[in-house]
Design a protein around this ligand. Sequence first.
Ligand SMILES: [Zn+2]
Length: 318
Amino acid sequence: MQRMAMRQCTLADRVSFDGFGVHSGLPVSLVIEPAAPDNGFTITREYEDGRYVGPVSIHFSRITRTTLCTTIDIGESTDVETVEHVVSALSGLGVDNAHLTITNTECPILDGSALPFVKAIKKVGVTIQPQIKRFLKVKRAVTVRNDDAFAALEPYNGRVLDLEIDFDSPAIGRQRMIFNWSPKLYDERVAGARTFGFAHHRTALQQAGYALGSSLENSILVENDQVINPHGLRYEDEFVRHKLLDAVGDLALGGLPIYGRFRSYKGGHKLNSLVLQSLFASQANYEVVAADELPLAFEALEDLPTDLRVDAYLRSVG
Ligand SMILES: [Zn+2]
């Protein structure tokens, strides 16, 4: 088994995507580029006339809305919607640093999952950087609640997400997933899970300006308690897997990968952002820890081309 390098990594080359926003319905291009060590995930909005806003960190403190997707304010009254799927792909594969440039107000939905991002990143591979990886270690448990729904971050020796959903519709019902993170398992079990919606919500959502780009090409649609996509589901429990995909993306807005356990029941973007706020509310709740100070062993993605020539890189930068 190949162990994951405990140094930071970025993409070995740029990757780009053309699509449209699932909520706005507007066309958009997204480019993901390699970024310097300790950069984290940053974003710039580029306009046709060459004007741009950013770069800024894709950080939970910038979240302006969590209705149906995670939206951040990148400055100059410029919002970017649906950042969670692309950030989930980066974080899920163990990428530490990347810079995004988008040409419209929303990241492209593509097939509704993180798979197109993962495939593109696997194609170019990653470059290991000289700096050691850092984690946000949970030191004291925090919980946020909304009726019977909750999200929690707890001290734990590892990186685990334990997520449960419970929908009235028998097409979904109660589903739980306990995910012991590794890039390999993210690729196999999470990346392909698509977003979903209910046919009876559709008209109201579209009147409110959401789901304007939504179709069977990019969403699972449940109508009269049945999945109506012609090819059905990719996984039997695709719904909870997509919620987990969202949580991986939302939690990455903490700025560093979390070392600890995330638990959630009937959660979503709002509780995910509130639990991060709660974690950062007191410095006693967390600490930033270098990877070499943690008992860590993550299975790497075997088919992710990895440039391990760190020594050469170190020599070249002096
Ligand atoms: Zn989602």
